[in-house]
Design a protein around this ligand. Structure first.
Ligand code: GPW
Length: 844
């Protein structure tokens, strides 16, 4: 009505006490000093850089909170349809710089802290990464939150508040990866709001008794009850008041201890129950692309991961439903107010959980409940690799979630009846499509459950989505129709991945386009205007000078963190991502050895004509992934040998940078001339770092895979370096390996020579690497022997292209200019329009 009554007390008194967003430097310094003095109990005399970071963070947090409150109030009043992004991983990185950028207060804070005797860059470095994710999947979730807020779309994230994020990677003197815990919460975290009053009880184990009244309902009781406590993380949009929420759940025991057991003298049992409650959100699982079933973990580990998944989906759904019920709408309207996006299959238990609530608690019929469920959920698939498709052993599900197993069996029964009706007598089809895979033990196929329980399903790049339709979910396309199966090509946020990590380039772009930064950073297609400047010599020189300074910044970073001297008058060649056989870091390192052997065989005069190159690797291996760890060991030991070789070290250097993270990526990506995205065709669903490198004017060397293909479509094939076999050939090549193997010496002599040198001990004890080399000699599942020659040829083309420096810079400019499509703003708007049916809801 516009004339609402002030809810409590005197409006003027309230308003006099309320804080707005800081505007001037003096507001900021006041807030900073105030926090140092009271929140931190420190004074000018004992405030170090870390304390100053904390004071600045608390000042920024107050500004975020003002906007966050307004945004949430606006949503409550307007009650728009909202989307909920359920992800087990949110790889956020650092927050302070991003918060200030989005608030538009970077300059003011910089000036303010300077007046107080600090340097902003040093303070930013004090922040620890929030590393609640493994890799691409978790970082994508973080980019999507940034874009949702920036585009004023009502999206909340839901995840877990792990006590320990992704492990810290150390490299031993032998070159082995060692893992250390990441206790990121050991200092207070200014970016979260504990909501100790927002709690839910989550049940595990116990008994599920079906009612005898024919209603299909059941009573689930007994077992263990665990509390979920909410922690909210503010997600500010860029240049808007909209500040969305990321709600992370922490587990805690329902009671401090079980008084009954305690009185019975069973102290240990009483304490054990509380231990296991806290364990649920204790640690992020470090296995990327691995179904827990194949992770070679103890049963205990698997059970804990299942409990994580249920704990998080149950708490999130309860919270979403409570919010919906507060609006007073009938439950049948739920899908008109909530869209729930499943980030991979990890949150798929939300499907039987919502069925359970609707049937057992809301007392709806099966059909009514299924109607609501299948209009609420949306499922994004992120891989077609068979070993990464989640399956849960039926006996484990039955033990931990007895009611959910009943519901899954019921869903399966109705589903298979419908399939049988459409394809009568096709028993093979029923077996292929069933939610239950036969075997010992039987297993629940989570991708099938996610698919049939969702309104729509999508892959993350065109090729990948097509592979989803034609391979892993082919039968489902035939059964449900192709229109349910779409594509949303991934994107990255240009705020963090251009303006923040490469502000010099961002400033040059602003100056050149003569478009305000706050406009083009939210409408990235505007970058195309740079094409007009490729022929402008002065512009090209500035462009190249920034790349050079970014290389020097990286070199300084390596010098201060590792004490190593990197030469900057060389091409920087970068491969940074999780270690995995399908990503083929092995192909890269074997290519480096090949280059080294070639340089060694040259005369000094021949060598002097070669392109100088520095190769960087970074990435973590899953702690139990033996072959991936061996690849790290090989890289480190090759680096040791070639960096010390006086004949070649001016032409080839190699570094493995330990403990890859979001903040390390922010230094590496802007410094790259060429980056490698060389997965076996058809295996990398999308890739997102490829987009980040290209956005920063790095060229791409890659296979015809994932989003590489769409990048090439945008920038033109003459501006990328492609090599290797194409997806349709892969199956046939694998068949050849199995049934008509050709010795490597014959098939690929250049590669055979490299393998022999490694075996013979050129990089230390050759025997150590045999298991790694054998993956290539026997089976060669990822087709290194098929792609090696064309890889080496592509590297030679990169060298030739780089020697024509002027043409290279033009390619670099053209690449950045054509990256508009890969903004996560575009991606999130596609989800909002074509999937969730959401509208932009600005704070009025
Ligand atoms: F196996 N991705 C990832 F599909 O980072 F679940 N971790 C994972 O466990 C999986 C996928 C999973 C990545 C894809 O490998 C990458 O190609 C994609 O760009 C990214 O997810 C975001 O979609």
């Amino acid at each position: 009505t516009g004339k609402e009554k002030w809810p409590k007390g005197e409006e003027e008194v309230w308003k006099a006490g309320m804080r707005g967003v800081d505007k001037d430097v003096s507001d900021i310094t006041k807030s900073f000093v105030n926090h140092a003095q009271t929140s931190l109990a420190r004074q000018a005399y004992n405030l170090d850089d870390f304390g100053a970071y904390e004071a600045a963070a608390l000042a920024a947090r107050d500004d975020l909170l003002v906007n966050w409150n307004e945004t949430q109030l606006n949503y409550t009043r307007k009650n728009p349809k909202r989307a909920y992004y359920l992800s087990l991983e949110f790889l956020m990185g650092r927050t302070l710089d991003n918060a200030l950028l989005n608030l538009g207060l970077k300059g003011e804070f910089e000036e303010g802290v300077k007046k107080l005797g600090f340097n902003m860059e040093d303070l930013l470095e004090k922040e620890r990464d929030a590393a609640l994710g493994n890799g691409g999947l978790g970082r994508l979730a973080a980019c999507y939150l940034d874009s949702s807020a920036s585009q004023e779309i009502p999206v909340w994230g839901y995840g877990l508040r792990y006590q320990y994020g992704i492990f810290q990677q150390l490299i031993s003197p032998e070159g082995n990866q060692l893992e250390a815990p990441d206790p990121w919460l050991e200092h207070q975290n200014p970016w979260e709001l504990p909501r100790l009053d927002v709690t839910y009880e989550v049940r595990f184990y116990g008994h599920a008794e079906r009612s005898s009244d024919g209603s299909g309902r059941a009573n689930w009781s007994g077992g263990q009850e665990v509390m979920a406590v909410a922690y909210d993380v503010m997600i500010p949009g860029y240049n808007t008041k909209t500040t969305n929420n990321l709600r992370l759940w922490q587990s805690k025991p329902k009671r401090g201890f079980d008084l009954n057991s305690f009185n019975a003298g069973n102290y240990e049992a009483a304490v054990e129950s509380s231990n296991s409650a806290a364990a649920i959100t204790s640690v992020l699982y470090p296995n990327d692309h691995t179904s827990t079933d194949l992770a070679n973990e103890a049963t205990v580990g698997k059970e804990l991961r299942l409990k994580q998944q249920y704990f998080w989906t149950a708490a999130s759904l309860a919270d979403i439903l409570r919010r919906f019920k507060n609006t007073g709408k009938p439950i049948t309207d739920f899908p008109d107010y909530a869209a729930i996006q499943l980030n991979d299959t990890h949150p798929t238990l939300a499907i039987p959980e919502l069925m359970r609530i609707l049937i057992d608690e809301e007392e709806l019929s099966w059909n009514q409940a299924w109607q609501i469920v299948t209009n609420t959920f949306f499922y994004t698939n992120h891989t077609v690799l068979p070993e990464a498709l989640e399956k849960w052993a039926v006996p484990l599900v039955e033990h931990v979630l007895p009611r959910h197993l009943q519901i899954i069996y019921d869903i399966n029964m109705y589903f298979l009846q419908a399939v049988e009706k459409k394809f009568p007598g096709d028993r093979d089809r029923l077996a292929r499509m069933s939610l239950i895979e036969e075997g010992y033990p039987k297993q629940v196929r989570m991708a099938h459950l996610a698919c049939i329980g969702s309104r729509k399903v999508n892959g993350v790049a065109e090729l990948h989505s097509e592979l989803v339709r034609t391979t892993i979910l082919k039968d489902f396309v035939e059964f449900e129709g192709v229109s349910k199966f779409g594509n949303v090509t991934n994107g990255v946020t240009p705020r963090r991945w251009l303006d923040q990590c490469n502000h010099e380039l961002s400033d040059l772009i602003t100056k050149t386009l003569k478009i305000e930064k706050k406009v083009w950073l939210k409408d990235l297609a505007k970058l195309e205007g740079l094409l007009a400047f490729t022929e402008d010599k002065n512009f090209r020189e500035q462009w190249a000078a920034i790349k050079q300074r970014n290389k020097e910044r990286l070199a300084r970073h390596v010098q201060t963190t590792l004490g190593l001297t990197v030469r900057t008058d060389a091409m920087f060649d970068v491969q940074i991502k999780r270690l995995h056989e399908y990503k083929r870091q092995t192909l890269n390192i074997l290519g480096v050895i090949h280059r080294y052997l070639t340089l060694k065989s040259m005369t000094p005069a021949e060598r002097s004509k070669c392109n100088r190159k520095v190769v960087f690797f970074a990435g973590k291996a899953a702690p139990a992934y033996y072959i991936a760890k061996l690849t790290i060991r090989l890289i480190v030991n090759v680096a040791r040998v070639i960096n010390a070789d006086a004949d070649t070290k001016d032409f080839l250097q190699l570094y493995f940078l330990p403990d890859y993270s979001v903040s390390l990526a922010e230094v590496l990506i802007p410094a790259s001339d060429i980056s490698q995205h060389i997965s076996t065709a058809g295996t990398e669903a999308s890739g997102t770092s490829n987009m980040k490198f290209c956005l920063n004017g790095g060229l791409l060397l890659g296979t015809v895979d994932g989003a590489n293909i769409e990048i090439a479509e945008e920038v033109g094939e003459n501006n990328v370096f492609f090599f290797g076999h194409l997806t349709p050939a892969v199956e046939d090549l694998r068949y050849q390996h199995a049934y008509h193997p050709v010795p490597i010496e014959q098939k690929c002599p250049a590669l055979a020579k490299v393998l022999n040198e490694v075996s013979a001990g050129m990089f230390g004890d050759g025997g150590v690497y045999e298991p790694l080399l054998n993956t290539i000699r026997q089976g060669d599942y990822y087709l290194l022997t098929d792609d090696f020659d064309s890889y080496i040829a592509a590297l030679a083309m990169v060298d030739d292209a780089y020697l024509d420096r002027d043409e290279w810079i033009k390619k670099s400019i053209r690449t950045t200019a054509k990256m508009g499509k890969f903004s996560s703003d575009r991606a999130i708007l596609e989800y909002a329009e074509s999937y969730w049916n959401l509208e932009q809801t600005p704070v009025s």
